[in-house]
Ligand binder design. Structure first.
Ligand code: PMV
Length: 335
């Protein structure tokens, strides 16, 4: 009999309001709701297969611009924790073979772990024929530890709900990708892996004296961002998402110890975004846990913005994406 393989593509997502800090580490329960959009052009493709013939578990990954490698150490441990969680639900102990690749730099603030854990979880669940809802799939994905991965499962504009209870902290689509033609022009100023992971950031968040103030602003901000998406009000969305990114980085820079994700080039890009805005091009910046800048714009301005930023000496490369679907099954297998 042919061995069953399942392949999933899961996108990266960019958060307009961000997950930063947890109320429960083990269950990856966030302190606040967050809202993002899925990106159609930056993703992870993962193939999995459970079968006796593999004899032992194996995980092989090809990160963007890197050689293929067999995963080991901490990274392997995180993957296997998720595999074991799902094996337990499916009541199986079959060995698994996992092969994965992504098409954008790893660990540089482009949500590579979000797309990889979303692809992994979706592929494991489908290969074992677990009959669960999309809501349950987002909960299971969240448990892998990269909380933002939960927002890479549903399509388009997505909200992840904060809760003290695991079953009700899930992600759900607010609007589908066709609702609003927005783009994310990711300006890469460094593709070196960051020194501090977002896991460190979540852990230290509450040591900042500004973290409490940040949390207090978020219910209102989430409402404003949610409504701006529904009403397609780009100015309101843009102004909020910039303030939100700054608020996260103020908290991280003032935590104990302090964590800086930005480089001088990051701030140079911010300045340049403000400059083009003064010239009448609507564009707003945000950053995650890394130095690279996501410029959010309406699709009609995407090419112009790309052209402008690719001329700057400190820009390494640019990735462009529109709003995309969440994770989905594909026919192309990686082994
Ligand atoms: O999901 P994690 O643990 O990789 O954390 C993501 C943190 C941010 O990217 C900074 C914010 C977010 O909501 O995506």
């Amino acid at each position: 009999m042919k061995t069953k393989k399942t392949s999933i593509i899961a996108p990266s997502n960019i958060a307009f309001t961000k997950y930063w800090g947890k109320s429960n580490d083990e269950l990856t329960l966030p302190n606040n709701d967050s809202i993002s959009m899925c990106l159609d052009n930056v993703y992870t493709h993962t193939t999995v297969s459970f079968a006796k013939k593999y004899q032992s578990d194996s995980v092989e990954v090809t990160f963007y611009n890197q050689e293929k490698k067999v995963l080991h150490g901490k990274q392997l441990h995180r993957v296997m924790q998720q595999v074991d969680r799902i094996r337990k639900i499916a009541k199986t102990n079959l060995p698994v073979k996992i092969v994965s690749k992504n098409n954008f730099p790893q660990g540089t603030g482009i949500a590579s772990s979000a797309s990889s854990f979303a692809a992994l979880t979706h592929a494991l669940v489908s290969n074992l024929d677990l009959q669960i809802s999309q809501k349950e799939l987002t909960v299971l994905t969240r448990l892998a530890g990269s909380g933002s991965a939960t927002r890479s499962i549903p399509d388009g504009f997505v909200r992840w709900y904060q809760s003290k209870d695991s079953d009700t902290s899930y992600a759900k689509s607010i609007e589908n990708p066709k609702h609003w033609q927005l783009s994310d022009v990711v300006v890469v100023v460094s593709s070196e892996e960051k020194k501090y992971s977002s896991l460190d950031g979540h852990q230290l968040a509450s040591t900042s004296p500004f973290y409490k103030a940040r949390l207090e602003t978020l219910p209102k901000r989430n409402q404003v961002v949610h409504d701006a998406i529904k009403n397609k009000n780009f100015t309101i969305l843009g102004e909020e998402l910039e303030k939100e990114a700054l608020s996260l980085h103020v908290a991280s820079m003032t935590s104990e110890p302090s964590i800086w994700y930005w480089s001088p080039a990051t701030i140079a890009v911010f300045d340049e975004v403000k400059k083009i805005r003064e010239q009448g091009i609507q564009a707003y910046f945000t950053t995650d846990a890394g130095p690279n800048v996501h410029i959010i714009c309406e699709q009609e301005n995407r090419t112009l913005i790309n052209k402008h930023f690719s001329q700057l000496s400190y820009v390494e490369t640019i990735f462009e994406s529109n709003v995309g679907n969440g994770s989905r099954e594909v026919e192309e297998h990686l082994f």
